[in-house]
Design a binder for this molecule. Sequence first.
Ligand SMILES: *Cc1c(COP(=O)(O)O)cnc(C)c1O
Length: 593
Amino acid sequence: PTIFREAQAEWREERPSISRRIRGLFSRKSDPSKKKKGPSNPLVQAAVGEAIRRARSWTERVTAPEEEHQGQSSGRAGGPLPSGRKLSARKASSLVERRREHSGEDKMSMTDSFTKAHNEYSRIATKSTSLLLNELWTKKSIPDEGWTEHSIELFLQWIASHDSNNRIDMTPLGAGEREGRIASSMVRRLHCGLTHGVGRSGNLCEVQPKALGSSMLNCLANEFALHALKTLGLHSVKGAVVVPICTGMSMMMCMSHWRKSRPRARYVIWSRVDQKSAFKAILAAGYDPIMVDPLREGDSLLTDVPEIRRMLEKHADEVLCVITTTSAFAPRSPDDLVAVGSLCSAHAVPHLVNNAYGLQSAECTRRILECRSSGGRLDAFVQSLDKNFQVPVGGALVAFFKQSHATSFAQFYPGRASCVPARDFVLTLLGQGTRGLQMEYDRQRRLFERMRRKLRTFAEEIGETVYEVEENLISLAMTLCTIPAHKQTLFGAVLFSRGITGARVVPSSSKKTTVEGHEFINFGSHTPDQHAGYLTIACGVGMREDELEELFARLVSTYGRFLRKNVGRDERIGGRSVNFESDEDGETLADPY
Ligand SMILES: *Cc1c(COP(=O)(O)O)cnc(C)c1O
C-alpha cells in the first residue's frame, strides 16, 4: 500500500503536465505558467514550459517548408494545424514574423475553428477519458464491466507515457547501464514502449523512478490479483503478488524464502501428484522431497494424512514445509487441506499449496478457505496466471493471508523482472471486468458438468466407465479396458494427431521414472498402484460450447476407427459392439484432421 501511495503521489504531479499539454494544442491561452492553479511541483512546471517551447519550435520547423512551397504554388492552406487565415508567403519570409505568427498571437487557435458546441463536446471527451483513468487509479480495482479495446489501448499508452523513454515533455538522455533501449522497432511495438520491466535490484514491488509507468502497472496487477481472488470467493486473502515466473518457480521461491526461519530443515513433505514442476521446485530450493503416495478410496486418490503425520512426527523441525495440491488430473482428488493444515498447525510447519489451476474450481477454493477457517495452517498458495486467467505462459500469482507475508516475499525476489505477465494480466482483467471474469468461471462450471454427462454417456456406449471423483471439478478420467494395454499409448498418440491436445492416455506400468535421482513408479498415475489404463480430459476455463461438441465428435469417431483398425476382434475385451460411422464418414472435408 505504501508503494501504491508513493506512485499515486508521483502520478498526481505528473498528470497535469500531460492533459495540459494536450489542451494546450487547442487553446490559444495555453501557457500554463499564466494559469492560477498550476502544478505544485516546480520541476513539473519547468518541464511543461519546456515542452510547450519545444512544441512551438516543432510547429515552426514543420510549417516552414510548407510556406515556401505555398509561395511558389497557388497559395494552398498549409501547416499541420488548420488555420483560419491564409498565410502570406511574404509575411512568413521574415523569421521574426513567422515566430510571431506561430506563437499564437496572430493565428487563430483550433478552438476558433470549431463551434462552441464542438469545443464543449471535445472538452467532455477529454474529461471522460481522464475520469476513466483517474477512477481506475484511485479505486485500484477491476472495473465491473470490461473496457472496450479502445479504452484499454488508451490506458496502455497513458501508462507507457510515464516511462522515461516515452516522455514527450523532455528528451530522455540515458546515462546509465539500463535505459530501456530497444534495438528492434518490432520488439518495441510488441511491448508498447514499456521496456523497463518492474522492480529494482532488491524488491519486486519497488517503484522504479525511470519507469513510473511500468511500476504503476505492477502495482495495479497486484491490486487486481487481490480483487480477482476476492471476486472468486477467496475473501480472507490479504496479499497477492504477481510474479514473472511460473508456478513451480514461485513455489521454489516460497521455500527459499522460508529457509531462514527453519534453519534445521532438510526435507519437504510432498503429497504425490504426477506433474514435475512442484517436485522439481523442492529440489531446486535445495531440499529432499519426502514423497507421500495418495491412497485409493473408491475411484479417487486421496491424501494419505496418517503418513504425512508420521513423517512430521519423525522429522519434526527437519521439515521445511508440507506441499499439497488442489488441482490435479483425475482420478487424483484435491488434497485434504483441512487435515494437512491442522497437522501443520500442530507441528508449527509451514503449509504450501499448489493451486496451479485451482481458481476455477469451487472445490479447490472451498478447501483453501476451509483450511484457514478451521484454524489450519496455510502459508501461501500459488496459481498459474495462464491456466486461470487465459494469458500467455510466464507468470504466477502467489497469495497470502497476511499482507506482510506478500511484502516480504516480494522483497525476497532477487533483482528486476519482466513486466509482461503483470501487463497481460491487467489488460485481460480490464477487458473482462469482474463480470466477464465471473462469466468465464461460470461457463467452466457449466461446461464441466456437460462434459461429465457426455463422457458418461460415451463411456456407457462403449462399455467403459467414468471414474467417480466427486471433488475433481476440472478433470475427468475414463477407463480404457476396451483397448489392450499395449495399444493404449498409440491411442493417445492418435488422439493427439487428430488435434485433440490435453487429452491424455495413462497406461499402467510398473516402470520406474527417474526425476533427478528420485524414482516414481507408474509415473503419470499419481500412485505406484496398477490400474487398467485410462483417458483423462479436462474442462479448463476458456473452453467454449462448440469446442466441447467438437471434442466429443472427434473422440467418438477416433475411438471407433481406432478400434476397427488396431484392435482385432479377438482382442476386444468387454466392450460392446458399437455401430460407429464408417471411415468415409469420418473423413469429410469439414474435418481438418
Ligand atoms: C501446471 C501445473 C504446475 C505448474 O507448472 P508451471 O509450469 O511451473 O507453472 C504444477 N502442478 C500442477 C498440478 C500443474 O498442473
